[in-house]
Design a binder for this molecule. Structure first.
Ligand code: 8ID
Ligand code: ZN
Ligand code: ZN
Length: 350
């Protein structure tokens, strides 16, 4: 009962708009599965792809999307460890070579020949999506497919970023871009890991969400703060600043500010990827504070399984709004304006 045609959102040229239309359903190759996507989150990366922001070119035409949750409906002969009817997630890393140094060391996001969902291969803004069996996320059946969708990129990425930050229970992390998709989940993962949160973003809606629902103890509004560096440092009890900073904003400025308020020995983790942006830090302070600045990129299969397990245990509750797949362009328009508190999730049936 797999149809031959399906609804999808297709990018015909960079810059958009996305086109809601019917396209053929593909057949999985030997090492692949076909997932009937029920829900897909919309990540800011999908907007970067649409706009052609990054130095890495996208496939054209392209079906975007990489936070897809659904049910396995077909599989190739070499697709092991997965059965028809299993609940599965299609992540950003759709596949990797499994043979290079990075794949062998379980650093598969660093594979030089990755398949990227919704970027170099068609992604989850369609009702039937192909993924390599080795890389799908296995979802317990009791987990709701709508709420878990944002975990499949945003959740995995911030969980990995928090681990990379080295922040320990009881220490402080500043989450920059806290009101967005990654930022709201980052607060929940930090809290579940015993790490205390200073949220940085803007506006009353995001402030309320961070302080009342996501578990932040302080909120600094980057648009109204007269001295952001001072305000962030003042949020820690000894005034020396947070032990870690997670940068998930889509704006260059905070990437150049974090080194100023990070605590001595602290770690700045760069996750957001504003177009054309550069990192900048004062050499003097970087040296005498012995700070670390690093990047963090999604997560490997074990990070993914762990991030989903936090969710399955009821530790992660992040706000999301559901709209139909047909409304994707509206989500992009809001995202461009920074108007989304939390995440939008698409219902693939509408
Ligand atoms: O593996 C990775 N490294 C990875 C994985 C997934 C996503 C990286 N990303 C990247 C995306 O490509 C994007 O560049 O992370 C970034 C954030 O993705 P998102 O969370 O999906 O974006 P969003 O929901 O639009 O949230 C961005 C937030 O940043 C705030 C906005 O107000 C918004 O809430 N923000 C901005 I723009 N400028 C800010 C500033 N100066 C700021 N917050 C604080 N200070
Ligand atoms: Zn993403
Ligand atoms: Zn590889």
């Amino acid at each position: 009962e797999i149809p031959t045609e399906q609804w999808a959102q297709v990018i015909e040229k960079t810059g958009g708009p996305v086109e809601y239309k019917k396209i053929p359903v593909q057949k999985p190759g030997p090492d692949e599965v076909l997932v009937n996507i029920k829900y897909s989150g919309v990540c800011h990366t999908d907007l970067h792809a649409l706009q052609g922001d990054w130095p890495l070119p996208i496939k054209l035409p392209l079906v975007g999307g990489h936070e897809g949750a659904g049910i396995v409906v077909a599989k190739g002969d070499l697709a092991t460890g997965v059965e028809i009817g299993d609940h599965a997630g299609v992540k950003w890393l759709n596949g990797s070579c499994l043979a290079c140094e990075f794949c062998q060391k379980s650093d598969e996001p660093l594979c030089p020949k990755p398949l990227l969902s919704g970027y170099t291969v068609d992604g989850t803004f369609q009702q039937y999506c192909i993924a390599k069996a080795a890389h799908i996320a296995h979802l317990p059946k009791e987990v709701p497919l709508d709420a878990v969708a944002p975990v499949l990129c945003a959740g995995i990425t911030v969980y990995k970023g928090l681990k990379e930050s080295g922040a320990k229970p009881g220490q402080w992390v500043a989450i920059v871009g806290a009101g967005g998709g990654l930022g709201s989940l980052a607060q929940q993962y930090a809290r579940a890991m015993g790490i205390r949160v200073i949220a940085i973003d803007s506006g009353d809606e995001k402030k309320k969400m961070c302080l009342e629902q996501q578990g932040a103890e302080h909120f600094v509004d980057f648009a109204t703060s007269k001295d952001l560096v001072k305000d962030v440092q003042a949020a820690t009890p000894d005034g020396l600043g947070p032990h870690a900073v997670l940068l998930v904003a889509v704006n260059e400025k905070p990437f150049q500010q974090a080194a100023e308020y990070i605590r001595p020995r602290g770690t700045v983790v760069c996750i957001g990827m504003p177009a054309g942006a550069f990192l900048k830090a004062p050499v003097f302070e970087s040296v005498v504070k012995m700070i670390t600045i690093k990047g963090s990129y999604v997560g490997n299969r074990q990070d993914s399984a762990e991030a989903i397990d936090f969710y399955a245990r009821g530790l992660i509750k992040a706000p999301f709004k559901i709209v139909g797949l047909s409304e994707l362009q509206m989500v992009y328009d809001k995202m461009k304006k920074g108007d989304i508190a939390g995440r939008y999730v698409l219902d693939m049936s509408k």
